[in-house]
Design a protein around this ligand. Structure first.
Ligand SMILES: Nc1ncnc2c1ncn2[C@@H]1O[C@H](COP(=O)(O)OP(=O)(O)OP(=O)(O)O)[C@@H](O)[C@H]1O
Ligand SMILES: [Mg+2]
Length: 319
């Protein structure tokens, strides 16, 4: 089966005052139809930049330096003729940044359909009301007439998800969609994503720095560290038997996930600067299982059945 999305050896280079660096730096993964893939990693590991590269929305000082992105079999790396807004859409962490404060929500949502699909006003309005109702926005007709500031945080995020789902995308990228919300609202939005996952064929790339959030929804999980992928595993196996020492550390630091009542563990040290990353495996300065080779050479990518781990510990375990 061909994946819906294939990201191959993707490296995005930034030019900054302090110098050049890459984040992500050579990541390879795929997302299949109807699949929900979680992307986790500490702050600054390159999750959002990976998402923006897929969406063709990189900042001016960034460029794809290596690799390619295939969507539905088509190379979209250049960003030209991009399927964004038609077959692919994205929900961001802060809905206020992506909504126009001076325009009624209804008008903003209808415009998506009018502009991208040349839909007539009446038809667009009907579709918007249907989608909003589906996403749990009560009294959708009345809510259309309101401005973003008149919505609560949770309702605004629902409106953003509605906007992203209007085009019935093949791929929805959700970048920390619950991080800015209160805990109770977070749970409601997670329920909404789970409902979307089971009721539509849309594939989801779900990004979070919080493994416990991703574990609620993802079929497969990609773990990133300092611009590189450490491990890709089906979610269940990742929790039951994490392979990479970084994944093991992440899981040990999630409260209540396995060891109820036991002490919370956190990974010592800090995420390295990408301007001057550690040699060899970027995780080696914080790794409690490091070998002599780890500081010298980048680890190989080891495929173990349906899992991938990039770590010297598994060099001979590949199947
Ligand atoms: N426009 C930019 N100019 C310079 N550096 C940038 C820019 N955008 C991102 N970066 C840097 O690229 C690296 C990866 O950033 P990215 O936003 O992808 O991290 P992230 O994994 O999404 O983290 P978070 O959990 O904080 O959202 C970081 O070091 C970040 O500072
Ligand atoms: Mg981010």
């Amino acid at each position: 089966m061909n994946p819906l999305l294939l990201v191959e050896d993707l490296a995005v280079e930034f030019k900054t005052r302090l110098g050049k660096f890459c984040a992500p730096d050579g990541v390879t993964f795929s997302v299949f139809e109807s699949e929900c893939v979680g992307l986790v990693g500490e702050s600054g590991s390159g999750k959002s930049v990976t998402a923006l590269a897929i969406m063709g929305l990189l900042a001016k000082n960034a460029r794809v330096a290596r690799g390619r992105i295939l969507f539905d079999g088509v190379d979209i790396t250049s960003g030209n003729d991009h399927p964004r807004g038609k077959k692919m859409s994205m929900v961001f962490q802060n809905p206020l940044n992506s909504l126009n404060p001076n325009m009624k929500i209804g008008q903003q949502l209808c415009e998506v359909l009018e502009e991208n699909f040349k839909m007539g006003k009446e038809e667009a309005r009907k579709r918007v009301i249907e989608t909003m109702a589906k996403l749990g926005i009560p009294e959708a007709e009345k809510m259309l007439e309101r401005y973003p500031f008149e919505y609560s945080g949770g309702m605004r995020q629902r409106a953003m998800i509605a906007m992203a789902m209007l085009c019935e995308p093949k791929l929805l990228i959700a970048d920390e969609p619950t991080t800015a919300l209160d805990v109770t609202i977070q749970a409601q939005i997670m329920r909404l994503f789970k409902q979307l996952k089971s009721s539509s064929r849309t594939s989801i790339l779900f990004i979070s720095h919080d493994l416990s959030v991703v574990s609620q929804i993802a079929d497969r999980i990609i773990v990133m560290y300092a611009g590189k992928i450490c491990e890709i595993s089906p979610a269940k196996q990742l929790f039951e038997d994490p392979l990479h020492p970084y994944t093991q550390g992440l899981i040990a630091s999630v409260p209540n996930l396995k060891r109820k009542g036991s002490k919370l563990h956190s990974i010592e040290g800090n995420v390295p600067s990408l301007l001057d990353p550690p040699s060899g495996c970027r995780f080696h300065p914080r790794c409690n299982k490091k070998l002599e080779v780890c500081s010298r050479q980048e680890p190989p990518e080891v495929q173990m059945k349906d899992r991938i781990v990039k770590c010297w510990l598994y060099e001979k375990a590949g199947i």
